[in-house]
Design a protein around this ligand. Structure first.
Ligand SMILES: [Mg+2]
Ligand SMILES: [Zn+2]
Length: 278
């Protein structure tokens, strides 16, 4: 086992859109969404939108069908399968909600690759309406993190994930994300970890504004193809490093690579496990 935990954001990282916006736009609710947006937190707004859809007679199956159409890059599917085949533990950390994420992952046959989904709880109530709740109940107390939205501090979740992983002997993290909410967990990563911000998205911009605040190595990516290539390269590099823990030279390979993608050519001599293709 690789001892690597790969944590994926979901919206605009695994799927190419924001799932909340995707549902709202596809079901013709954009105008109401935009009107209500300034008046309530995002998470509460999504619960409200589900109420509206239900009152218009839109069924949970219609919502599920819309979610199944959300574009997911084929290289991301193969990246997930390959990372799993290389022995990594995969987790999701998302500010979407459980129904959306499970519906999409199940549709693509990806549920079994993830050991954990950390997100806002949701369920279909007796009337057939999807209810969406905050991960952190901010009506009773605040999570106290000024960087994060009131319903979820991903930094707190990553600290919990890290504590559990360390207890199991897993020492390395790779975090992939795009949004503002992914900045707090990125700050919690250690030097031996990697963060993969999507280029020109808010997480990347926040990291760029002061890269010295990030201890982990930074590897940007643009699209599904690059995500797969870079993620598998990082995993193979870590596996190689771990297998040479007594050889100090191996650990130096990436010491000066902050904010660079390691050229593949440097790694051609590395023993590589074969990625699994769908
Ligand atoms: Mg995202
Ligand atoms: Zn936070």
């Amino acid at each position: 086992m690789a001892g690597i935990v790969v944590v994926f954001d979901f919206d605009k990282t695994i799927i190419d859109h924001d799932s909340d916006n995707w549902v709202v736009d596809e079901l013709g609710m954009t105008q109401l969404f935009d009107e209500l947006m300034p008046t309530m937190p995002w998470n509460s707004l999504m619960d409200r939108m589900m109420k509206e859809l239900h009152s218009q007679g839109r069924t949970i199956d219609e919502i599920a069908n819309v979610l199944k159409r959300a574009p997911l890059h084929p290289n991301i599917i193969s990246a997930i399968k390959s990372a799993h085949a290389l022995g990594c533990e995969l987790k999701i950390l998302s500010d979407a909600n459980l129904f959306y994420i499970e519906t999409i992952l199940e549709h693509h046959g990806l549920m079994g690759y993830f050991s954990e989904i950390n997100t806002n709880p949701s369920f279909v109530n007796e009337e057939g309406r999807l209810r969406i709740f905050p991960y952190h109940d901010f009506t009773t107390s605040s999570h106290g993190c000024p960087l994060c939205p009131p319903n979820m501090c991903k930094g707190l979740v990553i600290e919990r994930i890290k504590a559990t992983a360390y207890a199991e002997g897993k020492k390395r993290f790779i975090y992939l994300g795009d949004g503002k909410g992914d900045y707090c967990p990125s700050l919690k990563l250690e030097q031996v970890d990697r963060v993969m911000p999507r280029k020109n998205y808010p997480l990347w911009e926040l990291i760029c504004s002061n890269p010295s605040l990030i201890k982990a190595e930074i590897h940007e990516w643009n699209d599904g193809e690059e995500l797969e290539q870079i993620l598998l390269q990082l995993i193979n590099t870590i596996i190689y490093e771990e297998s040479n823990t007594n050889n100090n030279n191996a650990a130096l390979i990436s010491a000066d690579c902050k904010f660079q993608t390691i050229p593949i050519s440097n790694h051609e001599s590395f023993p590589k496990a074969l990625p699994v293709r769908p």
